[in-house]
Ligand binder design. Structure first.
Ligand SMILES: CCCCCCCC/C=C\CCCCCCCC(=O)N[C@@H](CCCCN)C(=O)O
Ligand code: ZN
Ligand code: ZN
Length: 507
């Protein structure tokens, strides 16, 4: 046999081995999906989306509680919104079990007393402010009307995140009206400036709770949602419970040149030099790190539920990670899980048609992958810009959030998962990475069990409604939001027991 023939035989044998491993791993990959224990809720345990409850959500939207910049919000609207909330939930505001504090002038902190002091409190969070409405046309209802139309409530805050504020308060009001007396203490924390980093709201709440030595069992804030048709290869609804958040670093790029008369330009302008720099950043993206961080757990939790090809790829990441990286990088929503993203969000230069601009400035907003450091992001930028005339300064930064425990070893995570499956019985639940940031950055010192999840459904078509045009929630979803919080309050109102990690066909 010639050397070439024997080499061919070896290659053939090696390929066969690889194929066998791929098939075996695909067939035996463990299932991480558990079924929730039966829910003993009765018809009396259901919060219907009555006219009064829908109208309260609509009215909440009419308060223009917009945050523009840190320290520059809408104080009058916040004041009116706080008064509205107080008037709208009489049982909880009159209850001797509930205390209400206004923190940092406009943020709210409620505490519901628990009868069992051995149980650590639960903390549900959300925020009272919203992002501004841009000039973009296309709203089918006035953005601050709260109009109810075709089975939806329209307006800013309906999914970010007055639905969570109102949903939690409705659930608590319902509980108290039925004479329920909680065993576990419950905090509700509503910051008033989350959309501009929460420096005056959630930060103050976090400091106050830390001073008082409050150590919650877990914290649940806004975050990812139940998705439908968003996760490649999975037909069922997927509830994404974020166990960490990407970090961020915002950088300012600037170029200074000599200004002068528009009739006698130099070869290169500040605008041209800076344009080249941002083009270099957009053409040379930060490295694709998919699979090296907690986003890998998300895929593995769903592997057994995927159609054949994605399942084969996910069950064999030892071989196919580069393929998965390429596939996920093709769409913005999945690319966000792959790498530190680079968004050029502002570009300013020039003052007059015939004056050479002496300065051009761009702002670049990066969302940092959990396995990258801020230093590495900055070094990558300098390398690809490769032009000493472009100055780079860090405006603001935050490291990726600590990763919270998930899966059957974490009782709090499982209580959230079970509550989701009681409301969405046909859904899958998986631990995920949030690509944005929440007020929980101010609560890191309180507990290591921090989760970010909003209990409404998002389809691919809905993704741009978030901070965008036609923000809306369906009546059915709002009903699910209220009932999710109600179930969660019930499910955590007992000692939370850690279960043994078991799944079928463990490798
Ligand atoms: C496998 C596919 C994954 C795609 C999943 C898409 C699901 C979409 C659901 C929700 C959208 C998440 C949006 C993130 C919310 C974060 C809250 C937020 O916007 N925070 C602001 C804070 C700004 C502070 C100023 N520095 C932000 O992060 O910009
Ligand atoms: Zn939000
Ligand atoms: Zn937001």
């Amino acid at each position: 046999m010639s050397t070439a023939q024997s080499l061919l035989q070896w290659v053939g044998a090696a390929l066969l081995c690889v194929a066998v491993i791929v098939v075996v791993r695909t067939a035996t990959f463990p299932s991480y999906q558990t079924r929730p224990p039966p829910c003993n809720a009765t018809d009396q345990d259901f919060i219907p989306a009555t006219r009064a409850r829908l109208d309260r959500l609509s009215q909440a939207v009419t308060f223009r509680t917009v945050s523009y910049e840190p320290g520059r919000g809408t104080p009058e609207e916040l004041r009116k919104f706080l008064a509205f909330l107080r008037a709208s939930f009489p049982a909880l505001h009159a209850s001797p079990l509930v205390t209400r504090e206004v923190v940092g002038n406009f943020s709210l902190l409620y505490r519901v007393q628990g009868s069992d002091r051995s149980l650590k409190p639960a903390l549900l969070a959300a925020h009272l402010d919203v992002v501004p409405v841009t000039e973009e046309p296309g709203w089918e209802a006035e953005p601050f009307s709260g109009q109810q139309k075709d089975g939806f409530v329209y307006g800013r805050g309906t999914i970010d995140c007055k639905h969570n504020v109102l949903g939690q308060l409705e659930a608590l009001e319902f509980h108290l009206n039925r004479g329920h007396r909680p065993r576990r203490a419950l905090y509700l924390a509503y910051g008033h400036d989350e959309e501009v980093s929460g420096h005056y709201g959630a930060r103050k709440i976090g400091e106050l709770l830390e001073e008082r030595g409050v150590k919650p069992e877990f914290i649940l804030d806004e975050g990812l949602t139940v998705t439908k048709g968003v996760v490649p290869g999975v037909g069922k609804k997927v509830a994404m419970v974020a166990i960490t958040e990407k970090g961020y670093v915002t950088v300012k790029l600037s170029v200074r040149v000599k200004g002068g008369h528009g009739s006698m330009p130099e070869k290169e302008s500040a605008i041209g030099i800076l344009s080249q720099a941002v083009t270099n950043l957009e053409r040379n993206l930060q490295p694709n790190l998919w699979g090296s961080g907690p986003e890998r757990d998300f895929a593995e939790h769903l592997a057994t539920e995927m159609s054949l090809l994605p399942r084969l790829l996910t069950a064999n990441l030892w071989l196919f990670t580069p393929v998965v990286r390429w596939v996920l990088a093709q769409k913005p929503s999945t690319n966000a899980l792959c790498r530190t993203t680079t968004a050029v969000t502002r570009f300013n230069a020039g003052i007059k048609d015939n004056v050479i601009a002496p300065e051009a400035v761009a702002i670049v907003n990066h969302r940092v992958h959990p396995k990258q450091t801020i230093q590495e992001v900055l070094e990558h930028n300098l390398k690809v810009i490769d032009d000493p005339r472009v100055k780079m300064e860090v405006v603001e930064s935050l490291v990726p959030a600590p990763v919270s425990p998930s899966g059957p070893e974490s009782a709090a995570y499982m209580a959230i998962q079970e509550s989701i499956q009681q409301i969405y019985p046909d859904s899958l639940v998986a631990p995920s990475v949030l690509m944005g940031n929440t007020d929980t950055r101010h609560y890191w010192n309180l507990t290591s069990a921090i989760y970010r999840f909003s209990p409404n459904v998002m389809t691919p078509e809905d993704l741009t409604r978030f901070h965008g045009v036609n923000e809306r929630i369906s009546v059915q979803d709002y009903e699910r939001v209220m009932n999710f919080y109600f179930h969660l309050m019930r499910n955590v109102d007992k000692p939370l027991v850690v279960r043994r990690h078991e799944h079928d066909g463990d490798l």
